[in-house]
Design a binder for this molecule. Structure first.
Ligand SMILES: *Cc1c(COP(=O)(O)O)cnc(C)c1O
Length: 450
């Protein structure tokens, strides 16, 4: 069929890997995955690894899940693609109905695309055009957070706040207002969580009050800022900023690309704080991790702002070729059915507790600065000095070394800088979850000492 050596050689020779320093990559032994079995990945040499970050935060029910594979097969025999531009297709309608039934109250319209970045990009364009068409011509700006990550297209990079990824593009980006990220371990206001009274919310409110006339929308990752290193928001923070945004008439966009579909313990992160956004962006877990698909959901109010006579041109002139792809929608419908049939969220509760107790002993390791967990999203921040919270020098590649150790021990994870991320598939069995945590512990210990 193929020769593993040959594949490795071609991989190094022909592929440019995302978010990867290719000089390092080409100098190392690449790992080529051939199969997925439940919560494991298997490489071309037959080695098995726990899929510790759900194949980059997408996998829900495990690899090779019969119902999901069948749904794709069944749909593939009927229709693989047909455009949504002025036409409908069966699975996209069924999925839209299912989504509207489970998302927070007020969201009533589904606009499809195919990845998280575009789902966000669409919300920005919709929010902007909505105000333009209402005659609010000054509303052209967005408020987002420092440490935010909303994807890699220019619009979503503009509202991003991770300097390492975004700084180089600054001259190409549109201007936004940045509110402080509630990164309590390294509080941007230099306060202590015990007695800060969420002072960062006041800073947010000041920005809103000063800029409300020029701002269309506020955009946040609810409960957890993922790519920044799993920064978990303190209770009450999300609800407070939502209230302020709404009091001042701003649209509120929640980017649930990472947090959606059970990752934080609820179907959507917004639910925990009783937040009803004007836009909800979803992608990653929507198909259970089987095919690329995304959606931007919004309210009847926003949708209504785009209705008009043909030649008024209030149309939303945006759409990707594969928008509403029937295969992707069919597998997403099946994935949502599995959530019900297998009581995924109810069964997750105990696993979240297992994960939590497994993480407790990381505190004994001298270079673990902070342990953050929300549901099945975990970030373990490694530091040179726990006392001063001084980070490691990037050249030490501490995070990278930890995941290499984990790989030797049969676990695939991927760090965010020196934050070790765990984001197991929701379907993971408790013993496998325990093994994942143990291997991570041993790997951190091996790299950073005791
Ligand atoms: C991954 C992610 C995105 C981008 O999604 P892609 O499918 O990679 O374009 C956007 N927002 C958040 C919160 C994410 O975690």
């Amino acid at each position: 069929m193929y020769d593993g050596r040959q594949l490795t050689e071609w991989d190094k020779k022909y592929i440019w890997h995302p978010f990867t320093q290719m000089k390092d990559y080409m100098g190392a032994e690449p790992l080529i995955i051939e199969k997925g079995e439940g919560c494991y990945l298997v490489d071309v040499d037959g080695n098995r690894y726990i899929d510790g970050v759900s194949s980059l935060w997408v996998l829900v029910h495990g690899h090779g899940k019969r119902e999901l594979v069948d749904a794709i097969e069944k749909q593939s025999k009927v229709l693989c693609h047909s455009t949504l531009l002025g036409l409908g297709n069966v699975p996209s309608v069924l999925l839209a109905k299912k989504l509207i039934d489970i998302v927070p109250r007020g969201l009533s319209r589904v606009f499809y695309s195919d990845n998280g970045s575009t789902s966000v990009e669409i919300s920005l364009k919709m929010a902007y055009q909505y105000w333009q068409q209402r005659g609010e011509k000054r509303k052209k700006r967005f408020i987002s957070l420092t440490n935010a990550y909303h994807g890699d297209t220019i619009g979503s990079v503009s509202i991003g706040g991770i300097n390492l990824f975004h700084q180089v593009y600054r001259p190409l980006l549109f201007k936004t207002y940045k509110a402080p990220s509630p990164y309590c371990y390294r509080c941007p206001l230099k306060l202590k969580r015990e007695d800060c009274d969420l002072a960062c919310v006041e800073v947010f409110e000041k920005i809103v009050k000063a800029r409300r006339d020029e701002v269309c929308a506020v955009i946040v990752e609810p409960l957890v800022q993922g790519a920044a290193g799993m920064i978990v928001q303190p209770p009450g923070w999300l609800k407070a900023i939502w209230r302020i945004a709404k009091e001042h008439g701003l649209l509120f966009v929640t980017d649930e690309v990472a947090t959606g579909f059970g990752r934080t313990g609820n179907m959507f992160a917004c639910e925990e704080e009783g937040v009803n956004p004007d836009f909800l962006c979803v992608a990653k877990g929507i198909t259970g991790g089987y095919l690329p698909l995304a959606a931007t959901l919004t309210t009847e109010e926003v949708f209504g702002g785009f209705l008009g006579e043909f030649d008024e041109f209030k149309t939303f002139f945006h759409g990707h070729t594969y928008t509403g792809n029937p295969l992707a929608c069919a597998v997403a419908v099946e994935s949502l059915e599995l959530f019900e049939k297998e009581r995924v969220l109810a069964r997750l509760k105990d696993k979240i507790r297992v994960l939590e107790s497994g993480l407790a002993r990381f505190r004994d390791l001298p270079h673990v600065g902070d342990i953050r967990q929300k549901g099945f999203m975990v970030g373990i921040e490694l530091v040179k000095s726990r006392k001063t919270k001084r980070p490691y020098h990037p050249g030490e590649k501490t995070g990278q070394k930890v995941i290499e150790e984990a790989r030797k021990r049969g676990v695939i994870i991927r760090p965010l800088g020196d934050v070790i991320v765990l984001m197991p598939p929701l379907a993971i069995e408790e013993p496998v979850l325990e093994e994942l945590v143990n291997v991570t512990f041993e790997s951190v210990k091996a790299v950073t000492g005791t």
